[in-house]
Design a protein around this ligand. Structure first.
Ligand SMILES: *[C@@H]1O[C@H](CO)[C@@H](O)[C@H](O)[C@H]1NC(C)=O
Ligand SMILES: *[C@@H]1O[C@H](CO)[C@@H](O)[C@H](O)[C@H]1NC(C)=O
Length: 133
C-alpha cells in the first residue's frame, strides 16, 4: 500500500537523510592545504536555522550558525541555496585549509527537529615532496 500524503512523504525522505533509517551515506572530500573547499549538502525540506559544525552540532562544535541566507565566521561560511527543484542546498565552505582541518563535519537544518548530513574532509599536503617520511 502506498497511500502517501506529499508532506508525509517528504518527512520520510528527510528522515532517511538523517541516517535514522537505513545506512548512513557519508562522503569524503579531499583537498590540498591552502586551498578552499565548498561542500554542498542537500535537504528535502527547508529550515529556520542552518548550522555548519565540526563533528556534531553540540554547542562548542558549531562553526557557523545562522537564520540568514549566508553567514561567515573566520574561515568558515555557510550559504543557503534553493535550486528551484524540491531540493535545498547548504553550501558550506572553509578557506585556506590547514592539515588540522581534516576530520568530520556536519551541516544541519533545524525546523521542529534537526536534520543533518555528515561528511569528511581530508586535507593533503600540497606537494608529495612536502609529505614527512
Ligand atoms: C579562497 O577564498 C578566499 C575568500 O573568498 C579568496 O580570497 C581566495 O582567493 C580563495 N583562494 C583560492 C585558492 O581559491
Ligand atoms: C545553487 O546551487 C546550484 C547547484 O549546486 C548551482 O548550480 C547554482 O549556481 C547555485 N546558485 C547560487 C546562487 O549559488
Amino acid at each position: 500500500m502506498n497511500v502517501c500524503h506529499p508532506f508525509i512523504c517528504l518527512l520520510f525522505l528527510a528522515g532517511l537523510q538523517d541516517g535514522g533509517l537505513g545506512p548512513v551515506q557519508a562522503e569524503t572530500y579531499t583537498e590540498l592545504e591552502g586551498r578552499n573547499i565548498t561542500v554542498s549538502c542537500s535537504f528535502y525540506l527547508t529550515g529556520r536555522r542552518m548550522y555548519f559544525c565540526k563533528k556534531d552540532c553540540s554547542r562548542e562544535n558549531i562553526l557557523v550558525e545562522t537564520t540568514d541566507y549566508r553567514a561567515q565566521r573566520g574561515r568558515y561560511s555557510i550559504e543557503f541555496n534553493k535550486t528551484g527543484t524540491a531540493l535545498y542546498f547548504l553550501l558550506v565552505s572553509i578557506t585556506e585549509l590547514k592539515r588540522s582541518d581534516s576530520g568530520w563535519y556536519r551541516c544541519a537544518l533545524d525546523q521542529t527537529w534537526i536534520r543533518h548530513t555528515d561528511f569528511e574532509i581530508v586535507v593533503n599536503y600540497d606537494s608529495p615532496a612536502a609529505t614527512p617520511t
